[in-house]
Design a protein around this ligand. Structure first.
Ligand SMILES: O=C(CO)[C@@H](O)[C@H](O)[C@H](O)[C@H](O)COP(=O)(O)O
Ligand SMILES: [Zn+2]
Length: 191
């Protein structure tokens, strides 16, 4: 089984090579947002919530180089907001409500969903559009509903959630590198 998983993982990453232009375009959108004074908002469920938090940490903290902090917020971290909004408005609203409260025109929302169908991500993207944010979907399978809603859809060509998630974190690391390469550096050794 391990060899099968490794082969599928490698194939998923190989399939990203022809997507280089679209991955670069989306990464440049994130970089430009930060250079223009905007912030990144990221949301996902389960493993994708972890990916959202992982990426936000690399933007606010650092990836590989010393530089000033830049703003990125994972919408899966505040349990008081998640429980209040989930309890009062329903789980589908937990991210959209935060986009409504925190999102500003010029910000970018990244919605991460392996199925492309999670309702709370769909609602977050709808809210982002009406609040003037740009949107990127990090998706899988057939891209789902989200592929038709976001400004820039990235669909990992696999039917297996775990393999899609592994490609997603690879893409997020590529974006962290691309963003950091375009931001002013400060003195310090690469990590
Ligand atoms: O990490 C995993 C499976 O590998 C799970 O926690 C998975 O993220 C959850 O089932 C999510 O609810 C799936 O949502 P989505 O990717 O379809 O939007
Ligand atoms: Zn997982």
């Amino acid at each position: 089984m391990l060899n099968t998983m490794i082969d599928a993982h490698v194939q998923c990453l190989e399939n990203l090579k022809p997507m280089a232009p679209v991955l670069k375009t989306a990464g440049d959108m994130l970089l430009q947002c930060l250079l223009d004074g905007g912030k990144l908002m990221i949301c996902g469920n389960g493993g994708s919530a972890s990916d959202a938090q992982h990426f936000a940490a690399e933007i606010v903290g650092r990836f590989e180089r010393e530089r000033r902090a830049y703003p990125a917020v994972a919408l899966s971290t505040d349990t008081s907001i998640l429980t209040a909004v989930g309890n009062d408005y329903g789980y589908r609203e937990v991210f959209a409500r935060q986009v409504a409260g925190l999102g500003r025109s010029g910000d970018v929302l990244i919605g991460i969903s392996t199925s492309g169908h999670s309702e709370n991500i769909v609602r977050a993207v709808e809210q982002a559009a009406s609040s003037g944010l740009k949107t990127i979907g990090l998706l899988g399978k057939d891209g789902g509903t989200l592929s038709r809603l976001v400004d820039q859809a990235i669909v990992v060509d696999s039917a297996t959630t775990a393999r899609i998630q592994e490609a997603h974190i690879f893409i997020l690391h590529y974006w962290a590198w691309l963003i950091e390469s375009g931001l002013p550096q400060t003195h310090g050794d690469p990590v």
